[in-house]
Design a protein around this ligand. Structure first.
Ligand code: 2BA
Length: 108
């Protein structure tokens, strides 16, 4: 069994959870915050049999989009681009996925 720690943008969560549910996958949703942009995102814990891992990954690929987000750090006087200019847009997503081997799984 694998545990996918899957970090996605909040906007993609409804579609992703619906698609996972339709194919019989289960997930736990955690509110999280990105360490770089310091804005909210969502972390899903998805437990899946190893043979079905690719199905989950293809659902994630299909439902999670790449988007541009502004850097929310305070404006920096005399920074590149001129007085008080915000830093440029940053590309976020589709998803960041860590796949972990599960030594033992029990529902008690
Ligand atoms: P954040 O840490 O807020 O990062 C948002 C986006 O900012 C990243 O998008 C990436 O495009 C950019 N970014 C992050 N760190 C950077 C850095 N040191 N220098 C330049 N640009 C940087 P994604 O790569 O799609 O990541 C989206 C979210 O996934 C991240 O939000 C974070 O919550 C999580 N994440 C990504 N990689 C991770 C990792 N290696 N470990 C833990 N969490 C990770």
């Amino acid at each position: 069994m694998k545990l996918l720690i899957t970090i996605v943008q909040d906007q993609d969560v409804p579609g992703l959870l619906e698609a996972l549910g339709e194919d019989g996958f289960r997930a736990t949703k955690l509110a999280s915050t990105g360490g770089f942009l310091r804005v909210g995102n969502t972390t899903l814990l998805i437990g899946v049999e190893a043979v079905r891992l690719d199905s989950v990954l293809s659902i994630i690929k299909r439902t999670c989009k790449k988007r541009e987000q502004g850097d929310p750090s305070p404006t920096i006087p005399f920074s590149r681009g001129g007085l008080g200019t915000r830093l440029e847009k940053i590309s976020v997503g589709g998803a960041t996925v860590f796949s972990i081997d599960v030594e033992r799984f029990e529902k008690i």
